[in-house]
Design a protein around this ligand. Structure first.
Ligand code: FNR
Length: 181
Protein backbone atom coordinates (compact mmCIF):
# COMPACT_ATOMS: atom_id res chain seq x y z
CA UNK A 1 0.00 0.00 0.00
CA UNK A 2 1.22 3.51 -0.82
CA UNK A 3 2.31 5.54 2.16
CA UNK A 4 0.22 8.57 3.08
CA UNK A 5 1.54 11.80 1.63
CA UNK A 6 1.67 14.57 4.18
CA UNK A 7 0.65 18.01 2.95
CA UNK A 8 0.85 21.17 5.00
CA UNK A 9 -1.96 23.51 3.91
CA UNK A 10 -1.44 27.23 4.48
CA UNK A 11 -4.07 29.91 3.91
CA UNK A 12 -2.70 33.43 3.51
CA UNK A 13 -5.83 34.91 5.10
CA UNK A 14 -6.55 35.27 8.81
CA UNK A 15 -10.20 36.19 8.18
CA UNK A 16 -12.76 33.91 9.80
CA UNK A 17 -14.90 33.94 6.64
CA UNK A 18 -11.92 33.79 4.28
CA UNK A 19 -12.68 32.54 0.79
CA UNK A 20 -9.12 31.23 0.54
CA UNK A 21 -9.46 29.19 3.73
CA UNK A 22 -12.83 27.88 2.50
CA UNK A 23 -11.22 27.05 -0.85
CA UNK A 24 -8.41 25.22 0.92
CA UNK A 25 -10.95 23.10 2.80
CA UNK A 26 -12.80 22.41 -0.46
CA UNK A 27 -9.54 21.28 -2.07
CA UNK A 28 -8.83 18.99 0.88
CA UNK A 29 -12.30 17.47 0.42
CA UNK A 30 -11.48 16.83 -3.26
CA UNK A 31 -8.06 15.35 -2.60
CA UNK A 32 -6.90 11.82 -3.12
CA UNK A 33 -7.27 9.29 -0.30
CA UNK A 34 -3.55 8.90 0.23
CA UNK A 35 -3.12 12.63 0.90
CA UNK A 36 -3.07 13.55 4.57
CA UNK A 37 -3.52 17.27 5.21
CA UNK A 38 -2.52 19.35 8.20
CA UNK A 39 -3.95 22.86 8.24
CA UNK A 40 -1.37 25.30 9.51
CA UNK A 41 -3.11 27.53 12.04
CA UNK A 42 -0.22 29.54 13.45
CA UNK A 43 0.10 32.32 10.87
CA UNK A 44 -1.35 34.95 13.20
CA UNK A 45 0.85 33.87 16.12
CA UNK A 46 4.21 34.34 14.43
CA UNK A 47 6.21 37.32 15.70
CA UNK A 48 7.28 39.91 13.14
CA UNK A 49 10.37 38.60 11.46
CA UNK A 50 13.49 39.90 13.13
CA UNK A 51 16.84 38.09 12.77
CA UNK A 52 17.81 39.42 16.22
CA UNK A 53 15.26 37.12 17.87
CA UNK A 54 16.08 34.15 15.64
CA UNK A 55 18.53 32.78 18.18
CA UNK A 56 18.98 29.19 19.33
CA UNK A 57 16.03 27.38 17.72
CA UNK A 58 13.94 30.59 17.45
CA UNK A 59 10.64 31.70 19.06
CA UNK A 60 8.16 28.88 19.85
CA UNK A 61 5.64 29.69 17.04
CA UNK A 62 8.54 29.72 14.57
CA UNK A 63 9.76 26.34 15.84
CA UNK A 64 6.24 25.02 15.29
CA UNK A 65 6.10 26.31 11.71
CA UNK A 66 9.56 24.94 10.91
CA UNK A 67 8.68 21.55 12.42
CA UNK A 68 5.41 21.29 10.49
CA UNK A 69 7.20 22.19 7.26
CA UNK A 70 9.97 19.65 7.96
CA UNK A 71 7.43 16.90 8.52
CA UNK A 72 5.47 17.67 5.34
CA UNK A 73 6.11 15.97 2.00
CA UNK A 74 4.54 18.93 0.24
CA UNK A 75 2.86 22.28 0.81
CA UNK A 76 -0.36 23.80 -0.51
CA UNK A 77 -0.74 27.57 -0.28
CA UNK A 78 -4.03 29.39 -0.97
CA UNK A 79 -3.73 33.12 -0.70
CA UNK A 80 -5.57 36.36 -1.32
CA UNK A 81 -3.90 39.50 -2.61
CA UNK A 82 -3.71 42.63 -0.50
CA UNK A 83 -2.52 45.97 -1.85
CA UNK A 84 -1.30 44.29 -5.05
CA UNK A 85 0.95 41.95 -3.07
CA UNK A 86 1.30 38.93 -0.81
CA UNK A 87 -0.54 39.36 2.53
CA UNK A 88 1.96 40.56 5.13
CA UNK A 89 1.25 37.63 7.45
CA UNK A 90 2.16 35.10 4.75
CA UNK A 91 5.29 36.97 3.67
CA UNK A 92 6.27 37.21 7.34
CA UNK A 93 6.00 33.42 7.69
CA UNK A 94 8.18 32.89 4.62
CA UNK A 95 10.77 35.37 5.89
CA UNK A 96 11.23 33.15 8.95
CA UNK A 97 12.10 30.25 6.63
CA UNK A 98 14.70 32.00 4.46
CA UNK A 99 17.65 31.13 6.69
CA UNK A 100 16.38 27.85 8.16
CA UNK A 101 15.69 26.24 4.79
CA UNK A 102 12.62 24.04 5.37
CA UNK A 103 11.25 24.95 1.93
CA UNK A 104 14.36 23.71 0.07
CA UNK A 105 13.17 21.21 -2.59
CA UNK A 106 9.72 21.09 -0.95
CA UNK A 107 7.05 20.42 -3.58
CA UNK A 108 4.71 23.40 -3.29
CA UNK A 109 1.41 24.18 -5.00
CA UNK A 110 0.40 27.83 -5.15
CA UNK A 111 -3.14 29.11 -5.58
CA UNK A 112 -4.36 32.68 -5.39
CA UNK A 113 -8.04 33.50 -5.28
CA UNK A 114 -9.71 36.87 -5.45
CA UNK A 115 -13.15 38.34 -6.05
CA UNK A 116 -11.45 40.50 -8.71
CA UNK A 117 -11.12 39.50 -12.38
CA UNK A 118 -7.32 39.27 -11.99
CA UNK A 119 -7.34 36.35 -9.55
CA UNK A 120 -4.66 37.85 -7.31
CA UNK A 121 -2.08 37.75 -10.10
CA UNK A 122 0.34 40.18 -8.45
CA UNK A 123 0.34 38.29 -5.14
CA UNK A 124 0.73 35.04 -7.08
CA UNK A 125 3.75 36.29 -9.04
CA UNK A 126 5.36 37.81 -5.96
CA UNK A 127 4.79 34.65 -3.91
CA UNK A 128 6.45 32.54 -6.60
CA UNK A 129 9.48 34.86 -6.55
CA UNK A 130 9.86 34.43 -2.79
CA UNK A 131 9.30 30.67 -2.92
CA UNK A 132 11.90 30.31 -5.67
CA UNK A 133 14.33 32.39 -3.62
CA UNK A 134 13.98 29.92 -0.76
CA UNK A 135 14.42 27.01 -3.23
CA UNK A 136 10.92 25.56 -2.95
CA UNK A 137 10.06 23.17 -5.76
CA UNK A 138 7.13 24.86 -7.51
CA UNK A 139 5.06 21.95 -8.74
CA UNK A 140 4.56 21.87 -12.51
CA UNK A 141 0.81 22.22 -13.13
CA UNK A 142 0.54 23.02 -9.42
CA UNK A 143 -0.18 26.73 -9.74
CA UNK A 144 -3.50 28.42 -10.33
CA UNK A 145 -5.08 31.86 -10.12
CA UNK A 146 -8.81 31.96 -9.48
CA UNK A 147 -10.71 35.14 -10.41
CA UNK A 148 -14.27 35.83 -9.24
CA UNK A 149 -13.85 33.39 -6.34
CA UNK A 150 -17.09 34.54 -4.71
CA UNK A 151 -19.03 33.29 -7.75
CA UNK A 152 -17.33 29.89 -7.72
CA UNK A 153 -17.54 28.88 -4.08
CA UNK A 154 -20.91 28.82 -2.31
CA UNK A 155 -21.66 29.72 1.32
CA UNK A 156 -21.22 26.08 2.35
CA UNK A 157 -17.68 26.15 0.93
CA UNK A 158 -18.53 23.92 -2.03
CA UNK A 159 -16.94 24.66 -5.41
CA UNK A 160 -19.87 25.30 -7.73
CA UNK A 161 -17.92 26.02 -10.90
CA UNK A 162 -17.16 22.81 -12.83
CA UNK A 163 -14.16 24.23 -14.71
CA UNK A 164 -12.56 25.48 -11.48
CA UNK A 165 -13.11 22.07 -9.89
CA UNK A 166 -11.53 20.33 -12.88
CA UNK A 167 -8.48 22.65 -12.79
CA UNK A 168 -8.11 22.15 -9.03
CA UNK A 169 -8.05 18.39 -9.52
CA UNK A 170 -5.13 18.83 -11.92
CA UNK A 171 -3.30 20.89 -9.26
CA UNK A 172 -3.98 18.30 -6.55
CA UNK A 173 -2.83 15.39 -8.69
CA UNK A 174 0.32 17.27 -9.66
CA UNK A 175 1.08 18.00 -5.99
CA UNK A 176 0.42 14.39 -5.03
CA UNK A 177 2.79 13.16 -7.74
CA UNK A 178 5.56 15.63 -6.83
CA UNK A 179 5.25 15.00 -3.08
CA UNK A 180 5.31 11.22 -3.41
CA UNK A 181 8.80 11.11 -4.94
C1 FNR B 1 -8.33 43.76 -0.80
N1 FNR B 1 -8.63 42.94 -1.87
C2 FNR B 1 -7.79 42.86 -2.94
N2 FNR B 1 -8.03 41.96 -3.96
C3 FNR B 1 -7.19 41.87 -5.01
O1 FNR B 1 -7.41 41.07 -5.91
N3 FNR B 1 -6.07 42.66 -5.07
C4 FNR B 1 -5.76 43.55 -4.10
O2 FNR B 1 -4.76 44.22 -4.20
C5 FNR B 1 -6.63 43.66 -2.99
N4 FNR B 1 -6.36 44.53 -1.97
C6 FNR B 1 -7.17 44.58 -0.86
C7 FNR B 1 -6.86 45.42 0.20
C8 FNR B 1 -7.67 45.47 1.32
C9 FNR B 1 -7.32 46.38 2.44
C10 FNR B 1 -8.81 44.64 1.40
C11 FNR B 1 -9.69 44.65 2.63
C12 FNR B 1 -9.13 43.81 0.37
C13 FNR B 1 -9.86 42.12 -1.84
C14 FNR B 1 -9.58 40.75 -1.31
O3 FNR B 1 -9.17 39.93 -2.37
C15 FNR B 1 -10.84 40.17 -0.67
O4 FNR B 1 -11.17 40.92 0.48
C16 FNR B 1 -10.71 38.71 -0.35
O5 FNR B 1 -11.95 38.21 0.03
C17 FNR B 1 -9.69 38.45 0.74
O6 FNR B 1 -9.42 37.06 0.79
P1 FNR B 1 -10.10 36.10 1.84
O7 FNR B 1 -9.89 36.67 3.21
O8 FNR B 1 -11.56 36.03 1.50
O9 FNR B 1 -9.41 34.79 1.64
Amino acid sequence: MNKNIKILAISGSLRQKSSNSALMNAIIALALENMEFTIYSGLGDLPHFNPDIDINEGPAPVVELRTQLKEADGVLICTPEYGNGVPGVLKNALDWIVSSGEFVNKPTAVISASPSPMGGDKAHASLLLTLKMISAEIVEKGTMMIPYITLKLNKEGVITDAETKRELLVVIRALEQAASI
